[in-house]
Design a protein around this ligand. Structure first.
Ligand code: A3P
Ligand code: MG
Ligand code: MG
Length: 397
């Protein structure tokens, strides 16, 4: 949605002048908890090995995988030369999510679906909400001399609903691609771990380890994904959120149509923890990210594979997502999900308000563009805003 002749001609990508200051985490805790509705699995879709979007009933769950316990000692380097990598230079935007929702709305046409869709005020990928939720601790990282990640997104409001997608200008895609190439092996370990941990159907027992490769191993193809679209509500903002689910429990229903968020499993790899410092960093940075990412899609279980630098799977640990905050509570490096939720709610309210405030200007410009006889009226009416977060300035603008 960020491109198109009219968008360019009307100079539609712009930054609202006002910014929102992200406060220190503690300041978000005084207002009481921010309600969050347990995500409900509304529908699903798959990407094929050639990155084809699969939406029809016969194929939409083709990429659904089931957990099975990987053998300790597995070599995560296995299959590296044969792996198929997704083309990272393609900016997919929100297309797959929106096509999936359109397809769902067609299949479920009726008053209930209309009612649900009419009340939605946020549509985005889980990754974007994760970034909103983590901003408060990224700003905190800078304040405490640690490295931190900023971000840029594109935002539109159409009929009262905020659409958020990652901003991927060509230079950023090129840089991302280069970094992926140079980090191919550690990144491969993540995908290879997924391969050792999954099968195409429910396995007889999660505790009977898979046989050694090549029998148990399917060569990773990073095009292939199974995604869930959930309905949730963050602080009053009803949201439809899409995200990849690595696999479901080994005892999840064999019929994909009966699978729900309670079955979802997130897989992660991490270097083996060898020191107090490693442990603190794991709890402070990794567990926070894993928790937020999984929490937003209602994923109740996270399985972490600890690996050596050389890529040998050394240990496994299963986490119940909702119990993770308790593991860090009271520690010097503790974080509190309540701060993430409260600041994300504030950010969503800010984006809605900012974009609404610019609506009058947008409409005036649209009228001007009309007068200039530009094509593509849809693009003119709903310009795209560039939203960026600078953790050093603690500012979203
Ligand atoms: P790990 O997270 O185990 O390292 P996800 O965990 O989100 O399902 O992602 C699966 C794997 O994709 C990751 O496994 C990692 O190998 C790779 N990956 C995901 N995000 C990445 C990023 N921003 N940079 C590099 N690799 C990434
Ligand atoms: Mg994944
Ligand atoms: Mg994963």
């Amino acid at each position: 949605p960020s491109s198109g002749p009219a968008a360019a001609a009307a100079g539609a990508e712009r930054t609202p002048p006002a910014g929102l200051s992200i406060r220190p985490p503690a300041q978000y805790l005084s207002a009481g908890p921010t309600p969050f509705q347990l995500p409900f699995h509304l529908t699903s879709f798959s990407y094929s090995p050639s990155r084809e979007l699969l939406l029809d009933d016969a194929r939409k769950d083709e990429a659904l995988a089931y957990y099975r316990e990987p053998p300790l000692g597995s070599d995560l380097n296995y299959g590296f030369e044969q792996a198929v990598w997704r083309d990272g230079s393609v900016d997919e935007g929100l297309d797959a999510l929106l096509e999936t929702l359109s397809s769902w709305a067609r299949k479920n046409a009726g008053p209930a679906a209309d009612d649900l869709l009419s009340k939605i005020s946020v549509i985005t990928w889980r990754g974007m909400l994760t970034k909103l939720m983590l901003a408060v601790y990224e700003a905190d990282n800078v304040a405490n001399g640690r490295r931190a990640d900023g971000w840029e997104m594109n935002a539109m409001v159409v009929d009262g609903c905020l659409y958020l997608e990652e901003s991927n200008p060509p230079a950023k895609l090129t840089a991302k691609s280069a970094s992926e190439l140079s980090n191919a092996l550690p990144s491969y370990y993540g995908y290879s771990f997924e391969s050792y941990c999954t099968t195409a159907g429910p396995s007889s027992s999660a505790t009977s380890p898979a046989p050694a490769p090549p029998h148990s191993f399917h060569v990773p193809n990073t095009n292939v994904q199974w995604c869930s679209v959930v309905k949730t509500n963050l602080g009053g903002f009803r949201a439809l959120v899409g995200g990849e689910v690595d696999c479901v429990r080994s005892d999840a229903p064999a019929d994909a149509r009966k699978v729900g968020t309670k079955d979802f499993v997130e897989l992660k790899t991490n270097l083996v923890i060898q020191s107090q410092r490693d442990e603190v960093n794991f709890e402070r940075l990794k567990l926070l990210k894993h928790y937020v990412q999984s929490f937003l899609l209602g994923v109740p279980r996270i399985t972490v594979g600890f690996r050596t630098r050389a890529g040998e799977l050394a240990a496994l640990q299963h986490f119940n997502t909702l119990e993770i905050p308790r593991l860090v509570r009271g520690k010097p490096h503790a974080w509190d999900p309540a701060a993430c939720l409260a600041s994300a709610k504030e950010l969503l309210a800010f984006l809605h308000a900012q974009i609404k405030a610019h609506e009058a200007t947008q409409r005036a410009e649209a009228a001007l563009a009309d007068a200039c006889d530009l094509e593509d009226a849809g693009m003119r009416e709903w310009p795209v805003f560039r939203v960026s977060f600078d953790p050093a300035k603690r500012l979203v603008s």
